[in-house]
Ligand binder design. Structure first.
Ligand SMILES: Cc1ncc(COP(=O)(O)O)c(C=O)c1O
Length: 462
């Protein structure tokens, strides 16, 4: 392996040794120019405290949620499981660069080498570990695309916890093999909305054909966890501690870009709740906040354009209003996004840390239509070989847009994007794309205004 920059110009893969796995997570709160606003109790309008969150989360994660420490040590037991697939590779996309004839250099960090196939186990393992340590025996969660549900099922299996997954109904139907994978790792799985919770039954009564949404599935999982002593709730994105755990991605990428003798001018990731994007971007944003110039681009679907068209407001994290009020860009908690194939990007809100960084001008966002995204995914697969998850394909599409704009301006960029997962369980989506059956859905203005009514009367952020 190249340990210096020598020869890096002709190299394709940049690999780290297991001994180079980051030993600490990076907490961007300690460096943010504007502190994120507090999460509020919907009843009192006051900031939530540890006691409000204790029925749902272990104390260690509640502490990480509000920590101001710049770095938090990763427990040895978590590192030991990370070492099954981490450090993950960083590639130079030489063949893609040649295919599009760009002057720019394109790099990608590949998180699809984890056993479930995405970045999600970086936090699933940590969450399962702290829950087990504090005596919980069962976790309840939601899943959109199925990547998060399989990551938590995997983590619970290895750590020794039971796991219940509420899977958004449209994905449950589109992805039977994700379902089987979740069962192979010993978890119980039901389509959401389900008959098993009050929240699910209420939605089904009003909308018997509801395709489900992440907001609805979160309501079901929170209700499940709140109703049982042995069970905690586990969220795969959005929360500060989840984004924190993902920062192993960017820390490794910083070291790997050094091996490549390069530093990105542009950083790109797809955003659902924001965890893979934050995982790559936060360690680089530390440098941007310190004065280095980097363009940081978040890519989202036009059918669920939270950052590009949503309001920055206090809103519930779920449809049934069971969660605290979160300061974030939102499309309204009862918004049900069109059933596009990037199921993991169908969330009405986004991580408050990302929202605040967008407000502060440190991150910008773009939204894309799904046929354009799939065309970019197929172009990528035809050159680099890896078939991306539809979510990750948004970052590929963003990368191609940036490279094209740079070429048109006669400029040369170094671009780094996060390839957050593979698409091997997303073949029904590719089948539909090849058959010309994918609908391009951009969120309609009337539906957006309707959905935003849901946040009227809630406290306004400063
Ligand atoms: C492969 C992949 N990428 C991205 C996402 C979006 O989630 P987040 O924004 O938290 O990374 C998901 C969510 O399921 C996913 O499965």
């Amino acid at each position: 392996m190249q340990k210096t920059g020598a020869g890096a110009a002709s190299q394709t893969k940049f690999l780290l040794q297991e001994s180079e796995l980051p030993r600490r997570w990076y907490n961007i709160r300690s460096d943010m120019p504007t502190a994120p606003q507090p999460v509020l109790h919907p009843g009192t309008g006051q900031p939530v405290g540890p006691d409000d969150l204790a029925p749902l989360f272990p104390m260690e994660l509640i502490g990480q949620e509000v920590s101001e420490e710049a770095e938090i040590a990763i427990p040895d037991e978590v590192l030991e499981i990370y070492s099954l697939w981490r450090p993950t590779p960083l590639f130079r996309a030489r063949r893609l660069e040649d295919a599009i004839g760009t002057r720019s250099r394109i790099f990608y960090k590949y998180e699809g080498v984890s056993p479930p196939g995405s970045h999600k186990p970086n936090t699933a393992v940590a969450q399962a570990f702290y829950n087990k340590q504090e005596g919980r025996t069962r976790l309840a969660t939601e899943t959109g695309a199925g990547q998060w549900g399989s990551a938590l099922a995997f983590a619970c299996k290895l750590i020794g916890l039971e796991c219940k997954v509420y899977m958004v109904k449209i994905s449950y139907e589109q992805k039977p093999n994700r379902r089987s994978l979740i069962q192979a790792w010993g978890a119980e799985i039901v389509p959401s909305p389900s008959e098993e919770t009050q929240s699910g039954r209420a939605i089904l009564e009003e909308y018997p054909d509801s395709p489900g949404s992440l907001g609805i599935a979160i309501s079901e999982a929170v209700e499940d966890a709140a109703g049982r002593e042995d069970t905690a709730y586990s969220l795969g994105s959005v929360l500060n501690h989840v984004l924190l755990h993902q920062t192993v991605i960017g820390q490794e990428a910083l070291a790997q870009m050094e091996l490549a003798d390069a530093f990105p001018d542009v950083l790109i990731g797809c955003v659902g709740g924001g965890s893979n994007f934050a995982g790559l971007a936060f360690p680089f944003l530390r440098e941007k906040i310190a004065g280095r110039e980097i363009d940081v681009l978040a890519c989202e679907p036009a059918a669920c354009p939270t950052l590009t068209r949503g309001l920055f407001a206090y809103d519930f994290g779920d449809t049934s209003k069971l969660t605290p009020l979160v300061p974030m860009h939102t499309l309204g908690h009862d918004f049900v996004p069109a059933p596009i194939h990037a199921g993991g990007l169908r969330y009405h809100g986004v991580a408050p840390l990302i929202s605040q960084l967008v407000r502060d001008g440190l991150i910008r966002a773009e939204a894309y239509l799904q046929n354009d995204v799939f065309a970019s995914a197929v172009l990528f697969a035809g050159n680099e070989g890896i078939l991306p998850a539809p979510e990750a394909a948004h970052a590929i599409h963003g990368t191609l847009q940036v490279a094209k704009a740079a070429d048109e301006a006669g400029e040369e960029r170094t671009i780094l994007f996060n390839l957050s997962g593979h698409g091997h369980f997303d073949m029904a989506a590719y089948d539909n794309y090849f058959a010309g059956k994918l609908q391009d859905v951009a969120l309609d203005e009337d539906e957006m205004s309707r959905a935003l009514h849901a946040i009227e009367g809630l406290p306004a952020p400063a």
